[in-house]
Design a protein around this ligand. Structure first.
Ligand SMILES: [Zn+2]
Length: 270
C-alpha cells in the first residue's frame, strides 16, 4: 500500500512531466473510484496549465492556472504510469500534455480517489480540515506531539495512526519508528515522557526521509517508458519481519489488533 514516502516520490516523478505543462487531454475512463469523480473534471482541466505540484499527508495536489487543484489519493493499489505504451483496464484517468507526454492513473482495487477543488480553498476540503501537522514539516515537534497526546489513554500506535495528531502516517512507518525509538506500541500515548517523544519525532522523520531517498533512487531507475511510480522495496527493521532478528538482536513479534498487524521487538521496545 502506498504510504507517505511513495506519494512524495510519486509527486516528484509527476512534477518532471507536469510542471508548467499544458494538459491537452484529460480523460476519466470511469465515473468513480472510491468516490465519484467530478463530472466536470475533463472540462475544467483540459487546456489548463499545471502551475505546481505538492503533497499533503497521502494526497497529491496538482494546481492549475485556472485556479483548480486536482487532488489524488492512491488508496491501496494506485500508481501513476508515465508514458505507458498501452492503456489497460485499470487505467482510470489519462492525461496528455502539449509536450507529448502521457500519464495514466492505474488502480486495480479502486480505493483511491480523484477530486477537483478550487485552489484557494483546498485546505478546507473534507480530508484536510482536521488534519494534524506534516511529520516532515516544521510544526511536528516534540512539544506539539506532547500537547496532542496529553491525557490520551489510547496506545501510542493508535495515536500515531490518527490523522488529527500527525498527518499521513500508516502502519508500516509507525511500526518502524516505534522500533527505532524503543517505544512499545501498546504504551499509553499520554504517559510517554518528553525525552522519549523527542526520540520518537526524530525516528519518524528518519524512517520517512530514508524511504523518500530510497524511492528517489528507484524513481531514477524508472525514468524510462512504461515507468510506474508509487512503489519501491525497502529493508524493514520490524515490519513483516516476524521471527527475524531486530537490529538489537531480539526477535521481532507480531500481534493483531482489529485486523491490523503490529510488528515490534519486546526486547528493546518498552
Ligand atoms: Zn529490538
Amino acid at each position: 500500500m502506498p504510504e507517505l514516502p511513495e506519494v512524495e516520490t510519486t509527486v516528484e516523478g509527476l512534477r518532471s512531466v507536469l510542471e508548467g505543462a499544458t494538459l491537452t487531454r484529460v480523460e476519466p475512463r470511469r465515473a468513480d473510484l472510491r468516490f465519484p469523480i467530478p463530472v466536470d473534471l475533463r472540462q475544467r482541466l483540459t487546456g489548463a496549465t499545471v502551475t505546481g505540484l505538492s503533497r499533503r499527508a497521502k494526497y497529491g495536489l496538482i494546481g492549475t492556472d485556472r485556479g483548480d487543484t486536482l487532488i489524488f489519493h492512491l488508496g491501496m493499489s494506485g500508481r501513476w504510469r508515465i508514458d505507458p505504451v498501452e492503456i489497460g483496464a485499470h487505467d482510470h484517468l489519462l492525461i496528455e500534455t502539449g509536450a507529448g507526454r502521457r500519464l495514466a492513473l492505474n488502480d486495480p482495487r479502486r480505493f483511491g480517489s480523484l477530486d477537483l477543488v478550487r485552489s484557494e480553498t483546498w485546505e478546507s476540503h473534507g480530508p484536510f480540515t482536521r488534519m494534524g501537522p506534516e511529520p516532515l514539516g516544521p510544526d511536528f515537534t516534540p512539544a506539539a506531539l506532547a500537547q496532542a497526546l496529553a491525557g490520551k489513554a489510547t496506545s501510542i500506535k493508535a495515536a500515531l495512526l490518527d490523522q488529527r495528531i500527525v498527518a499521513g502516517l500508516g502502519n508500516i512507518y509507525v511500526c518502524e519508528a516505534l522500533n527505532m525509538a524503543g517505544i512499545a506500541p501498546i504504551r499509553a500515548a499520554g504517559k510517554i515522557g518528553r525525552p522519549r517523544l523527542a526520540l520518537l519525532v526524530e525516528a519518524i522523520r528518519e524512517v520517512l526521509s530514508a524511504a523518500i531517498v530510497a524511492g528517489g533512487s528507484t524513481l531514477r531507475d524508472y525514468a524510462r517508458p512504461d515507468g510506474e511510480l508509487g512503489y519501491f522495496s525497502k529493508q524493514w527493521r520490524v515490519y513483516g519481519q516476524e521471527g527475524e532478528a531486530c537490529p538489537c538482536g531480539g526477535t521481532v513479534r507480531r500481534r493483531v489488533d482489529g485486523g491490523r498487524s503490529t510488528f515490534y521487538c519486546p526486547e528493546c521496545q518498552k
